[in-house]
Design a protein around this ligand. Structure first.
Ligand SMILES: [Zn+2]
Length: 329
């Protein structure tokens, strides 16, 4: 009983078993591959282990295509998917269980982007939410304001090659769309990013870019251009190396939410995030009406501590895996 009074979160309901969702007699892993059936919220590599392990997968058609696999329909009528923002094809999961409505956001953003529709706030009893930025100091400036600053940066530096660092899947395609639409520029991208971009195009998204290794890309290198590289290469040292090789000035930049809190060794760091910040995470928790909140992904323990401190009935996903439910069962 003492345990109940200290941890009212952990009731006897079996909606979640070791962090897996139990619905319609099926155990579903959420963005990991620990059960036969797995939900993959989106195509970022830290969420897609289930695709490597021959699991039954619940995901959007777009995510299947981005992962290079033919879309499959899932047979669980209690489970439905909803837009999550964040990246092309990202979805949230909503399930009707015996213990009430359960929602899992995966990585999410409430704002529309060029490549994804903003997340719908799902009303639920239990909410598992991405808590990457769920601390009060973690706030992003207005997304469109940031992009307006990026557009000015591109316009004012037309005499230099601009080297942007971004992951090959998700942020690169968002940046390509931005450069296409706002700057009338087709950026040069790596072969790997071009491979993923071709899968976006297969889903009907128009992207205009120059793929490394093609004659057009080689020709573009002789004059100032916009180039997207891996985050690892977006720094002063690599910029200087490229500048010597291209024979003209190179300026470096990153576009990431972390630029709001950390310094990067680049000429310009734009705080452009595909995640919800603190304000939007709190908005989601409040408007969902959830009675229990589970914090998932990076920062989950400190986020759960913070939420408990302000009176939210919260726990970290990892805390569900420590046998607490088994103790109570
Ligand atoms: Zn992600």
């Amino acid at each position: 009983m003492l345990f109940y009074s200290l941890h009212p979160f952990f009731s006897r309901d079996q909606m979640l078993n070791d962090g897996k969702l139990s619905v319609g007699g099926v155990l579903i892993s959420l963005d990991d591959s620990r059960s036969e059936t797995c939900f993959v919220s989106h195509a970022h590599s830290d969420h897609t282990s289930a695709f490597l392990k021959n699991r039954k997968i619940i995901a959007s058609e777009e995510t299947f295509t981005l992962m290079g696999r033919a879309p499959e329909k899932h047979p669980i009528p209690e489970v439905s998917l909803a837009s999550a923002g964040h990246m092309f094809g990202a979805r949230q999961l909503l399930a009707e269980t015996e213990s009430g409505r359960f929602a899992y956001t995966g990585d999410f953003s409430l704002h529309d982007s060029y490549t994804a529709k903003g997340a719908k706030i799902l009303e639920c009893d239990t909410l598992m939410i991405d808590s990457t930025y769920c601390m009060p100091h973690m706030r992003f400036p207005d997304r469109w304001q940031v992009m307006s600053t990026m557009e000015k940066f591109v316009r004012q530096n037309s005499g230099a090659t601009l080297l942007f660092g971004a992951y090959a899947s998700g942020k690169t395609q968002e940046l390509i769309s931005f450069f296409n639409r706002e700057c009338a520029v087709a950026p040069l991208i790596s072969g790997r990013a071009a491979e993923i971009s071709a899968r976006y195009e297969k889903c009907g998204l128009r992207l205009d870019y120059l793929a490394a290794g093609t004659p057009e890309a080689d020709e573009a290198k002789s004059r100032p251009h916009v180039e997207i590289t891996t985050p690892m290469h977006a720094n002063f040292a690599y910029g200087a190396k490229l500048s010597a090789s291209y024979g003209h000035k190179v300026k470096t930049a990153v576009a990431t939410g972390w630029a709001a809190f950390a310094r990067f060794p680049v000429d310009e760091a734009f705080p452009l995030s595909d995640h919800a910040d603190f304000i939007d995470t709190m908005r989601y928790i409040h408007e969902s009406g959830a009675k229990k909140v589970i914090c998932a992904n990076s920062g989950s323990k400190s986020a759960a501590d913070y939420l408990r401190g302000i009176g939210v009935n919260a726990a970290a996903k990892e805390e569900l895996g420590k046998g607490v439910q088994a103790i109570l069962a």
